[in-house]
Design a protein around this ligand. Structure first.
Ligand code: CA
Length: 236
């Protein structure tokens, strides 16, 4: 028998938690839950979950802190933050701390289920394009180890960030539209009608990691009206 996909839901509002549990169980997932920050962190760090759904405002420890601690130990773990709709800062902070995506409250449960399924299907996208991406004499990306050597500094990527880089690298002869990244990396169909800043914030994070001056990117450039392009010194 196939092992059930296991999701950890960390949410302190009992009505929301109960609703989410019911829906994901109905869709065939195995669900575990925590209602406080410390309990959520402990379970999240046990490493036995295929996906973590993480509320932001939690008693004891925020979803941000949990995300950050999980990410510092595991760069593969898919994490979706449940954030308040009014708060852009929540969205940016969650993604900056290493969440793969977010949904805003109040959210459509049907869409959350679709997005969880998409993120899980794409959680090991496995684009085979070689082990290293050399952007310049000073900047080389080690795809397998999810790191980048920039001069004497080593920076770490999440799996999702690396997939974005690899996809752009594999298509470096052209700009890649945001919709295409959402479809290919996050697995979202174009007709899902999701509004997400996930791609843009991932691009901003990547620029901080690979560019000397993220405000004037040399390698991860925006082609106005067309998308993003990865440019190495050799393929300018
Ligand atoms: Ca809450």
């Amino acid at each position: 028998m196939k092992r059930k996909v296991t999701i950890l839901i960390v949410e302190d509002e009992v009505a929301i938690l109960t609703g989410l549990k019911d829906v994901f169980v109905y869709h065939g997932y195995q669900v575990d839950s925590a209602e406080t920050g410390p309990a959520g962190l402990q379970k999240a760090l046990s490493g036995t979950f295929d996906m973590i759904l993480l509320d932001v405002m939690l008693p004891g420890l925020s979803g941000f802190e949990i995300c950050e601690q999980v990410r510092s130990q595991n760069r593969d773990q898919p994490i979706i933050m449940l954030t308040a709709k009014s708060s852009d800062e929540d969205i940016i902070q969650g993604l900056t701390l290493g969440a793969d995506d977010y949904v805003t409250k109040p959210f459509s449960v049907a869409q959350l289920v679709l997005r969880v399924g998409a993120v899980l299907r794409r959680s090991h996208i496995g684009i085979e394009i070689g082990d290293r991406i050399r952007l310049s004499d000073a900047t080389e990306i080690d795809c397998r180890n999810l790191t980048c050597q920039r001069g004497t500094e080593t920076v770490a990527f999440t799996r999702r960030e690396m997939e974005v880089l690899q996809y752009l690298h594999g298509n470096s002869e052209r700009p890649v539209p945001r919709d295409e990244l959402l479809a290919k990396i996050w697995g979202y169909a174009k007709n899902m009608e999701i509004e997400t800043r996930t791609v843009d914030i991932h691009i901003a994070k990547l620029r901080r990691k690979i560019e000397n001056n993220p405000a004037e990117p040399r390698h991860l450039v925006t082609i106005r009206g067309a998308g993003y392009r990865l440019v190495s010194d050799e393929n300018v």
